[in-house]
Write a protein that binds this ligand. Structure first.
Ligand code: SAM
Ligand code: SF4
Length: 341
């Protein structure tokens, strides 16, 4: 693949959402807020970021309208994210609206889990199918060091609440940073076998607000898998349209291991992701340098067809893949919490 857009390619005005490389996009992440109650070192500075003023954030009606357009364009799964999505007031009300806009959508939530003990039940009732909960360490002091919050017990309680509410299978996102928590991967695997949760190890990406990312701190997924496999042998499962490659335990124990090797083994060739930021910017890639404003046209009276066309055009300009491993790589101005990871 090259970054040249084929001249002969003509953008289709109906049918599935597709880019010039023939990739069909049917998986949408909506960030419902840029705010967060954690300050993970690999995502945000200790003092937080300048939050968007309320009037810049899409309202429930605007978010639901845009989701309805994406559903019409073929989106089949929705991940609700942020910032921390659970700090958006009345999130269960919004989820109910999302469910009405997409009765058949697979709706999942990515959360730091700290408010889940209270909200898992109402969110499940409103229509969330599954939860992915972030957890970078099973050691209290290290969890606090990485998130800048002493909240491990609360997050573990949130996981149990999510399980009890039926937000299963529970997936755990663990960002692995060399010299910080890479000595815990086998402990996480043991914990996966005990809890049945799928632990997904994510390679550290250059998306931190402080721009402090260092390549030397990326722990390759292959190394993580080798460390686990030496203690708890693994059987590969596959990749089926997921960023994570997943593995079962060879001895049949419960649980599952996933790796998201965004840096060392990019999966751009099969990427089916679409993203909407909290203030209504459509992004065709986590690392994209440009985005399509849907909010201004929407507030200016654009029709659903106008917005659908903007989305098609926004996806049409998607590049073949991110440039992390190229000398010309430029980190996007927005960090993970502002994009919606
Ligand atoms: N606040 C929620 C949470 O933490 O789960 C949802 C938003 S957060 C931006 C989504 C995911 O992105 C989390 O699992 C987080 O660990 C991950 N993430 C944030 N910054 C990252 C980075 N620099 N590299 C890799 N993953 C990152
Ligand atoms: Fe907040 Fe999630 Fe970023 Fe951590 S990773 S600071 S919980 S948005």
């Amino acid at each position: 693949m090259t970054d040249q857009i084929p001249h002969e390619a003509t953008m289709p005005l109906d049918g599935p959402l597709v880019d010039t490389y023939g990739r069909v996009a049917d998986d949408l992440r909506i960030s419902v807020t840029d705010r967060c109650n954690f300050r993970c070192t690999y995502c945000m500075p200790a003092e937080g970021l300048a939050w968007l003023p309320k009037h810049e954030i899409l309202t429930f009606e605007e978010l639901t309208r845009v989701l309805g357009i994406f559903v019409r364009l073929g989106v089949r799964s929705l991940k609700v994210t942020g910032g921390e999505p659970l700090v958006r007031a009345d999130l269960p009300v919004l989820i109910r609206l999302f469910r009405e806009a997409g009765p058949d959508l697979d709706i999942s939530l990515t959360t730091n889990g700290v408010l889940l003990d209270r909200l898992a039940g109402p969110l499940a009732e409103a229509g969330v199918d599954r939860a992915t909960i972030s957890c970078d360490s099973l050691l209290r002091h290290r969890f606090e060091e990485m998130t800048r919050r002493d909240a491990l017990d609360k997050v573990l309680a949130g996981m149990r609440a999510a399980e009890a509410a039926g937000l299963t299978p529970i997936k755990i996102n663990c960002v692995v940073i060399g010299g910080t928590n890479d000595d815990e991967v086998v402990d996480f695997a043991r914990w996966s076998r005990e809890t049945g949760y799928e632990v997904r190890f994510i390679e550290y990406m250059p998306l931190d607000a402080q721009h402090a990312w260092e390549r030397e701190k990326v722990v390759p997924a292959a190394r993580i898998l080798a460390a686990i496999d030496a203690v708890h042998p693994l059987l590969p499962e596959g990749h089926a349209n997921e960023p994570a490659t997943t593995f079962r335990f060879a001895d049949g124990a419960p649980g599952r291991i996933g790796v998201i090797a965004s840096v060392t083994e990019p999966f751009c060739d099969t990427c089916n992701r679409l993203r909407l930021t909290a203030e209504g910017m459509f992004r065709n890639c986590l690392f994209a340098m440009g985005e399509t404003d849907l909010r201004a046209p929407m507030r200016g009276g654009a029709s659903d067809d106008d917005l659908a066309l903007l989305i098609r055009q926004g996806l049409w300009s998607k590049w073949s893949g991110h440039r992390i491993n190229h000398p010309d790589f430029v980190q996007p101005a927005r960090s993970m919490s502002m994009i919606g990871g």
